[in-house]
Design a protein around this ligand. Structure first.
Ligand code: 3PY
Ligand code: MG
Length: 264
């Protein structure tokens, strides 16, 4: 199994997202060999029941080789609790802008003494094919390895990055480039503007100094080498709805090309 701790710029973890409420999509991406899958409750109307089923489907299809991270719609305790009690290997919490928000996420996600996560992981053991199958076994063993990933995707988040990234109990930072760029007065998912590059450099340097993994969504994979050089160690490269659209267009184009060249 890929571990989040193993992510490094020279061996980055590659992930894809799930937005469709389809266990077949989850089995398919779970079987495709990604290091991690992001189950996106933030920008698709997946319920916590959907997310739990998708976590289990990816875990089974990948034989626990693909890490399951649920992106919650907000930092609310209920979302963090349902995601982790469903057996996700981690949570990705959007739009963190202050140390107080970061502390609250860790409190929701980690059992005492680090945090205040409440006991009740009754679905979680079924996502771990090699655990002892009990909620207690999950809480005493598997839960220790849960990843707590905070999204920095605003000018305020960049401004407060050092205190956010110094929060005990976090595992990684994930940059939402589109929201970050919007907040900086820019558009699109990528660009070379100085204010944007300075923000990425700041987060990457803090990641190295504070030993926090730093990752980002990439709308085009050609930007990855430059980001690796900065210190980024995990990337989100696409997802189910996008793959379906790309595959559908490619199949249609290929079929039309064959017909165009057909002599009949
Ligand atoms: C963003 O670009 O804002 C994202 O959240 C990508 O996942
Ligand atoms: Mg975003």
């Amino acid at each position: 199994m890929a571990t989040f701790a193993s992510a490094s710029p020279s061996a980055p973890l590659l992930g894809s997202y799930l937005m469709l409420s389809s266990t077949l999509s989850a089995y398919t991406l779970g079987g495709a060999g990604f290091d991690w899958v992001l189950i996106d409750m933030e920008h698709s109307p997946l319920s916590s029941s959907d997310a739990t089923a998708l976590v289990h489907a990816v875990s089974v299809a990948s034989r626990n080789k693909t890490l399951t991270f649920v992106r919650t719609p907000s930092a609310g305790v209920e979302y963090v609790k349902w995601a982790l009690d469903g057996g996700a290997n981690g949570v990705v919490v959007p739009m963190i802008q202050s140390r107080e928000q970061a502390d609250a996420v860790v409190a929701h996600a980690r059992y005492p003494p680090v945090g205040q996560r409440s006991f009740g992981p009754f679905y979680a053991p079924y996502a771990n094919l090699s655990g002892d199958g009990t909620p207690m076994g999950y809480a005493s063993e598997t839960a220790k390895h849960v990843s707590v990933i905070l999204m920095i995707e605003s000018a305020a988040g960049v401004e407060n990055a050092e205190s956010i990234m110094s929060t005990p109990g976090i595992s990684g930072i994930f940059i939402g480039p589109v929201d970050l760029r919007l907040s900086l007065g820019l558009s699109g998912p990528h660009g070379e503007e100085e204010v944007y590059l300075r923000a990425l450099e700041k987060i990457a340097q803090l990641g190295k100094r504070l030993d926090v993994k730093v990752g980002i969504f990439v709308a085009q994979t050609s930007v990855m080498p430059k980001l690796q050089q900065l210190g980024f160690s995990y990337f989100l490269v696409g997802g189910d709805a996008m793959f379906l659209g790309n595959g559908a267009r490619a199949a249609l184009t290929a079929a039309k090309d064959v017909l165009k060249n057909s002599k009949i």
